[in-house]
Design a protein around this ligand. Structure first.
Ligand code: PHE
Length: 346
């Protein structure tokens, strides 16, 4: 046995090229098969002098391993040309499913509302979730002893300060900030965002929910404008047949105030368990901005008037998809969320 023989096989291995599995198999037979070149070298090895055996033995084993690795690598690289070569993988196996994300129902509803009011010329404004008493209550004409200012209803972050920090209980605070910033009407803005109230969590109440509130201020804005804006919105949101009904209500920051119901688009007014037999569903609160509120933000109530409205997004999502437990919206249960992966309209 000569060193050159081993070198030659190394050189051949280096040159080795295969295009198909068949060629790889031929190469394997040529080097490692029963009559292969390396097998032959092992045969020859038997005749090597005793004192050389150790060294040749190691060199030959290295050669054999190198050849095996080269063959494995080639087999990996060429892939399969035809079915007759036998697939390494079962191509009939189902693939890994591709998980598609889906938008949260509250995000879907918010986007729809924002899109509708954008068409009406409203801008979108956002503000801080940790607010101060002034922007959530004081500037909005809440009397000092109003129950919302109580620890029972509001999460306070700091107390014992004349203007304590708290988690906003409505996004009306963003409307105050918008008025402060813009000063000069016309102002047309909607404020989507997360709000917090100190409520026990149940199917019908949660300590976190989402709102879109809106504000329109200009010269000669009247209650009729408010009614028209809400009607147009309701028809865009719930369908062209939708009717609205306004009931007198009270909010510190609006006068007069109203609560708005839309006709039940499930039973079309006949009465069902969603509208509790009344044919109407309550969706928002609204009213004409109280002059005190305009004044507090530096807008002249003699010259300007305006309306405001606010609605809860979970409530609208509940009506839209008839999910009657608020907790579903906050628990991130994939089985619930995936139901909305293709949801666009009812
Ligand atoms: N801010 C009120 C709420 O949180 C909603 C509202 C907004 C009512 C504007 C009237 C006008 O419930």
């Amino acid at each position: 046995m000569k060193r050159e023989d081993i070198e030659r096989v190394y050189a051949e291995l280096k040159e080795l090229q295969c295009k198909t599995q068949k060629e790889v198999e031929e190469a394997r037979v040529r080097f490692l098969g029963k009559k292969g070149e390396i097998t032959a070298l092992f045969e020859e090895f038997r005749t090597v002098d005793k004192d050389m055996k150790r060294e040749f033995g190691r060199t030959l084993n290295e050669l054999k391993n190198t050849a095996q690795e080269a063959i494995d690598r080639l087999r990996e690289a060429v892939g399969f040309e035809s079915a007759s070569e036998g697939p390494k993988q079962d191509l009939t196996m189902p693939g890994d499913p591709m998980e598609l994300g889906s938008r949260h129902p509250v995000s879907i509803v918010r986007q729809e509302i924002v899109d509708i009011f954008r068409k009406f010329g409203y801008d979108v404004a956002e503000g801080p979730e940790i607010e101060d008493d002034y922007h959530v209550f004081e500037a909005l004409n809440f009397p000092p002893n109003h129950p919302a200012r109580d620890m029972q209803d509001t999460f306070f972050v700091s107390v014992g300060h004349p203007n304590p920090l708290l988690l906003r209980t409505h996004t009306s605070s963003v409307q105050v900030r918008t008025m402060e910033r813009m000063k000069n009407p016309p102002i047309r803005v909607i404020c989507p965002g997360r709000v917090f109230r100190n409520e026990a969590i149940s199917a019908r109440a949660h300590c976190i929910f989402h709102q879109v509130e809106g504000l329109y201020i200009d010269e000669n804005v009247s209650f009729a404008d408010l009614k028209q804006a809400i009607l147009l919105f309701a028809r865009e949101m719930f369908g062209p047949e939708t009717e609205i009904r306004m009931r007198p209500s009270y909010f510190p920051f609006t006068e007069p105030s109203a609560e708005v119901d839309v006709s039940c688009n499930i039973c079309h007014g006949k009465g069902c368990n969603i509208c509790k037999g009344s044919g109407w569903l309550e969706i928002l609160g609204c009213g004409m901005v109280d002059p005190n509120v305009l004044k507090a933000s530096g807008i002249d109530p003699e010259k300007y008037s305006g309306f405001a409205f606010g609605m809860g997004l979970e409530r609208i999502a509940m009506l839209k998809w008839r999910v009657n437990d608020l907790r579903h919206y906050f628990e991130n249960d994939m089985r619930f969320l995936q139901e909305f992966s293709t949801a666009v309209e009812v």
